[in-house]
Design a protein around this ligand. Sequence first.
Ligand code: GLA
Length: 347
Amino acid sequence: MFQEIFKTLPEAVGTAPGRVNLLGEHTDYSEGYVLPAPLPYSTTVEAAKAKGVVEAYSETLKELRARPIGQGPEGDFLDYLAGVLWALKQAGHPVDGARFYIKSTLPMGAGLSSSAALEVAALKALRSLYRLELDDKALALLAQKAEVEYVGVRCGVMDQMVAALGELGKALFLDTRTLEYALYPLPMGTKLLVLDPGIPRRLAEAGYNERRRECEEAARLLGVRALRDVADLCFVESLPEPLLKRARHVVSENQRVLLGVEALKRGDKEGFGRLMYLSHRSLSQDFEVSLPELDLLVEKAKEAGALGAKLTGAGFGGAVVALVLSAEETRFKEALTRLYPGLRVLG
Ligand code: GLA
């Protein structure tokens, strides 16, 4: 409890969920479209004001960390909290220090955006603690700024936006260039399941940054601001490999998001599921961010009757998201856990 650790009562609280991404993987840093959905697993942060210091206790890690305000990152979980305070100060908001107590039902390191959930939950708590005039979109942008400029991870804006704006049971369509968004209910009678085989991430950060560089280079060679501006697949054919494959993924993935939105509007669960399988194939073969284990898990999910399945998040490890018929959920889970005794199924 907050009180046991800090000997005082919390003055504000914020909560934000983790996410899966249904379509639109590795498109946000090319100013494209994304379609994530929040999970029923979240992080809650209780907070109280403090003078000149940022302090946090993580219930999951059973660890208390503290550092003076204004100090740089140290590579620990406190970075996310020091980072959001730093971003608020940078944007001219009148904040000082704070103490935080973090509890979470969201697994860390499974590609479910636990860091964005922590940043957004902390910002929601700080918003009420310091009575800041910030809407949820502004909160998401501050969270992303904290992660990129303070923590030092070059992520896009998808995770923070869905942590701030997502609604359970709905997919969030987001245009990452204009930040226009809309919420669409998931197809009736379906269920999202996260299949986490517990594979450690392999070279994830280096791989992610390399893909970003490749997409930037492809856009430069095509003479556009970002791959978002390539309207048709035929335009990428002139690129040298591997840029051709990378651009083909991004351009086709943007199209899949738009088709996915149409499928959601029609309530077409089979059509939506097919787009998820196509997204996975493109992530594996063209964008090369999958692993053989994840490809096999997607294949097994298909055999077990999933409407759709794909890796979720940056790849190089992490989890698979599957869309299944609600009526099939129990049978599906049993079939998969028989094949993978160590598989963690969340949903
Ligand atoms: C990570 C990043 C996101 C996005 C995905 C890939 O989750 O934080 O911004 O780029 O990878 O779709």
